[in-house]
Write a protein that binds this ligand. Structure first.
Ligand code: NAL
Length: 326
């Protein structure tokens, strides 16, 4: 796979394609980031962007993982102490998941966001940004809560971080796109460079195939799940025998194969007794999706297989969590 393909595969949006093409010409040593508000247990949402980071590392890029402790504080995720503890656990799980330690830099936001120069730059950005503009950038991250001043500062800090971490590429879920658009608009106003962004899709809710899967609503899968819990969740997932369910729904089982399993495994084997046609082996997502669509692959077999591959993916992180908590 060439560098451009590694950078952009499974991305929902690339801003702009031309800038990412330029980056792909010579990716070695270039720096990409993802930022995460620390939350104790990694779930599939985190792992989706982590898969993209692994792609970027395979293309030779360096990856900065921002453990956004100050952002989590702004977003009322706990006391600062609690957030720092949680961030430590999160880092250990990312390494267990397969981020390459030699090519990954973990940075706490508080390491640089409380410095004088940063603070003054932040105030500069506050002067350059209307409340309306900042609020719009934050809408998808903040959810339905009443906007506080902290919610306006949040996207401005995220904007500045892109400059302060000396990054060549911003990566995030599609829910980060408005912040990245704000950053593209505002960084030049402070005489800083514009950076391209790559956004990963938001996977549909497992049980309904609607909207987005998150830890707060519906069922999500995390590194905390036992093999049995994982099987149960996947078994209860919405999986019509088609790749394109009606009414704007998605097939979340197929999405998990596409975004979580195939990027990390060379091939996927569906084990079936001979009387049901024997094993099926897939080297890519398309073939599996086609077989589900045609009826060759039964949803129940797809689910069983998905559960066992996801289990393999989360097992090292689950083990790490157990170690940290014992
Ligand atoms: C991501 C988050 C917070 C701060 C960042 C700073 C720079 C780059 C990425 C960042 C977390 C993200 C979330 N906004 O919703 O989890």
């Amino acid at each position: 796979m060439d560098a451009y393909e590694l950078l952009t595969r499974n991305a929902e949006e690339v801003v702009t394609d031309e800038e990412v093409r330029d980056l792909a010409e010579d990716p070695a040593g270039k720096r990409a980031y993802v930022g995460y508000e620390p939350s104790g247990v990694l779930h599939l949402g985190h792992l989706l962007t982590a898969n993209k980071l692994i792609d970027l590392q395979d293309a030779g890029m360096e990856v900065v993982v921002l453990l956004a402790d100050v952002h989590a504080y702004l977003n009322e995720k706990g006391t600062f102490e609690e957030i720092r503890d949680t961030a430590e656990q999160m880092k250990a799980q990312f390494l267990a998941y397969g981020l390459d330690e030699a090519q990954t830099e973990f940075v706490y936001g508080s390491e640089f966001q409380l410095e004088e120069e940063y603070t003054l730059d932040l105030h500069h950005l506050e002067r350059e940004t209307t409340m309306n503009r900042a609020q719009r950038a934050m809408a998808e991250i903040q959810g339905d809560e009443t906007a506080k001043v902290s919610h306006l500062v949040y996207p401005l800090m995220q904007t500045l971080d892109i400059e302060y971490l000396d990054l060549d590429l911003a990566v995030g879920g599609l829910d980060q796109r408005k912040v990245h658009m704000l950053a593209r608009e505002k960084l030049p106003e402070l005489d800083y460079d514009v950076r391209p962004a790559i956004h990963t899709p938001i996977v549909a809710d497992l049980t309904s195939g609607e909207g987005k899967m998150s830890s707060s609503e519906g069922i999500s899968i995390s590194m905390e799940d036992s093999t049995e819990e994982l099987e149960e969740k996947v078994n209860s997932a919405f999986c019509p025998p088609t790749r394109e369910p009606e009414d704007d729904l998605e097939n979340p089982v197929l999405e998990l194969f596409e975004y979580h399993v195939f990027p990390r495994f060379e091939e996927v084997v569906v084990e079936r007794p001979d009387k049901y046609g024997g094993d099926l082996t897939y080297e890519g997502y398309e073939d599996l999706a086609e077989d589900l669509d045609s009826g060759e692959l039964h949803p129940a077999d797809a689910k069983g297989t998905l559960a066992s591959y996801l289990d393999e993916l989360i097992a090292p992180g689950r083990e790490k969590l157990r170690e940290l908590r014992s």
